[in-house]
Design a protein around this ligand. Structure first.
Ligand code: TXA
Ligand code: MG
Length: 319
């Protein structure tokens, strides 16, 4: 059984012993291990059933630590780090020799961020090595946004989840890489494209498998409930076609009156995209446990964090 605990020194001890601990961050929980331990990094891939070609994100405690791990850092990357770290921005940069190939899946780049979560930062402070941490879910499944989600996924295999409460942002970090010093967005996430462009100007978006050979994790099916899921602009109309099914709805701000459905999840009654984002995965986890015939999600407005939500819902509905 996985221990769920707030004990930071206990977590540090397990990590020093080259074992794994799931850690809270402001985005989602991560499955963390010492980047310099081959044993720990292999265990991460194994526990998640993650293919070895898909590299991990390295979590550091301060901007000062960046130069240990990355080199030839573009000016725009420095600007973004100053503006958004600690925070839900991951940058893919040229790696230093010291970063093990296992962490980067043999690539000459490394993905790095400073998490903005007091517990995670205190843990990193207590360690003299950075932590590699992918989201703490089996490969392809919905990411965990509380300690219980993690414990349910890995109860047999994982020693400890460091409990840091519900994740404030609720979806993964935004990932930016650089090609010829120019920024490219590889994954939509917790920081909107609009907010990033305010700092460094227009960026290219390459977040689909087809156009992103440098971002091996951009699989079209991902973040997926086990229940068959649909993404629709007109949910009320769509569900009329399925009067006999046990249906759960995932909606932005309003319930659908008179709908003959089993359950409705509303992500933000006041129509706030940030609030909706923070509730998205927890709602998907709840719906997925109701033994439904189908989940029908509403398509979000296609700007700011609405874009990031639509991205996750599209991947959740892919076959
Ligand atoms: O919010 C987050 O980013 C969370 C928390 C725990 O920090 N982590 C997370 O990790 O979402 P993961 O492994 O689920 O997603 C990492 C993504 C993958 O799509 C991977 O392919 C990409 O980052 N990535 C990692 N290293 C890369 C590299 N060197 N070049 C391109 N993409 C990279
Ligand atoms: Mg993930």
């Amino acid at each position: 059984m996985t221990m769920v605990s707030k004990d930071i020194s206990k977590a540090a001890k397990i990590l020093v012993q080259e074992d794994l601990v799931a850690i809270p961050t402001e985005t989602v929980y991560g499955l963390a291990g010492n980047i310099y331990s081959e044993k720990a990094i292999k265990a991460i891939f194994e526990m998640k059933q993650r293919p070895f070609f898909n590299p991990l994100i390295v979590h550091i405690k301060s901007i000062e630590q960046l130069d240990e791990l990355a080199k030839d850092i573009p000016k725009k990357a420095r600007l973004l780090a100053d503006k958004f770290w600690p925070g839900p921005l991951t940058m893919v940069l040229k790696k230093q020799e010291a970063v093990p190939d296992l962490v980067t899946a043999g690539k000459d780049s490394v993905a790095i961020r400073i998490p903005n979560h007091a517990t995670a930062l205190a843990l990193l402070e207590a360690l003299d090595f950075p932590l590699a941490a992918p989201s703490a879910n089996p490969f392809g499944a919905i990411s965990p946004t509380n300690a219980l989600h993690v414990a349910e996924y890995f109860s047999e295999k994982l020693q400890m989840v460091l409990d840091g409460g519900d994740c404030q942002n609720g979806i993964e970090s935004t990932i930016i890489g650089f090609e010829n010093e120019e920024p490219i967005l590889y994954r939509l996430g917790s920081i909107s494209v609009e907010d990033i462009e305010e700092v460094i100007g227009k960026i290219q978006i390459k977040n689909k498998k087809e156009n992103a050979p440098d971002a091996p994790g951009m699989l079209s099916r991902h973040y997926a409930p086990a229940t068959t899921t649909f993404l629709e602009s007109d949910v009320a109309q769509f569900i009329r076609g399925f009067p006999d099914e046990k249906i759960g709805l995932l909606l932005f701000k309003e319930r659908i009156e008179n709908a003959t459905v089993f359950h409705q999840e509303i992500l933000s009654k006041k129509g706030d995209l940030k609030e909706a984002t923070s509730h998205l995965y927890a709602a998907m986890h709840r719906l997925d446990k109701m033994d439904l015939d189908m989940i029908v999600a509403e398509r979000f407005p296609d700007f700011e964090l609405g874009k990031s939500i639509n991205d996750r819902l599209e991947r959740a509905t892919k076959k």
